[in-house]
Design a protein around this ligand. Sequence first.
Ligand code: NAG
Ligand code: NAG
Length: 323
Amino acid sequence: MVGVFLNFFYWLCSICSTNSLEMEREEPTPSAEDPTYRASSSSTSPSAGDYEGGTKKTKGDNYEVFLSFRGKDTRKGFTDHLYTSLVNAGIHVFRDDNELRVGEEIGPELLCSITQSKISIPIISENYSSSKWCLRELTQMLKCRKSGGQIVLPIFYKVEPSQVRHLTGRLGNAINAHRRKLDENVVKEWEEALKEVSSLKGWESKKIDNGHEAALVKIVVGKVMSELNRNFQLTLPKELVGVDDRVEEIMSLIDAKFTNTAIIGICGMGGIGKTTLAKVLYNNLSSHFEHRSFLTDIRETCARKGIECLQNQLIRDILGSSI
Ligand SMILES: *[C@@H]1O[C@H](CO)[C@@H](O)[C@H](O)[C@H]1NC(C)=O
Ligand SMILES: *[C@@H]1O[C@H](CO)[C@@H](O)[C@H](O)[C@H]1NC(C)=O
């Protein structure tokens, strides 16, 4: 995928440099004589504010994904693999190891981590319901789903959704044990939450690639990436006129798996919308790539801030860290 990404990057570069070259030829400015001045701009030139998604905000507690799991079942196994893969993909993940939590209520910090997350993933294993904390988290996630549109993607880890729905086996025994000790309404709420989550679209670990967990991890990371991809979209004017035909034409030239398409160059006079076209294509294609970067104003930025600035942006975008 990195190879594909690089190709994609080249194509974007080629658009940018074509743009600059064209502009230079058509709109010479007095300062073009200055050897260090090799950039140009136009009204369609993208500005720094165009790019919203490439640099992930990883400061503070802005979690993108919340993982809820039963520590003793999956802490060192599946959850660890999933967590590591998500983090490696540059996603900001909160993994709550709730085994040591005390108290009866979800504290403000944990509540905040759940509420802020765009996606929550309850990993429901056979002992999930024996933990009050897991059930509290689950209830909270489903509340956020209703009120804030949080995406809840359950993983049924070595259990079937029907077991969760009908509370059979250990899942049910644990709920019965809670009922003996706790307020009836609280337990009822938990039961409802388990029933609700069992009907959501998620994954059954046993059914994915015959239970090979690496395959499941990969699928989940892919899904999370594509759900978060909204953030990788470049901003464009709402009403774009006359772009569709060109987008379709170019899309028809790109092979579906990007194996043969390495570079797309867009040439033309300045101001006819090459950059806009590139952005539309980028938005359309970006979900197919694990890593992506949109570098604009190459010449101008090089001249003003040096090439390192662009190199840093590229590395940040694709690796999620800077050098
Ligand atoms: C659930 O808990 C029981 C009892 O502690 C344990 O034997 C079992 O292995 C646990 N299940 C999983 C999936 O780890
Ligand atoms: C991408 O382009 C294809 C072909 O033109 C079109 O069918 C599809 O709806 C576009 N997708 C997005 C997300 O713009």
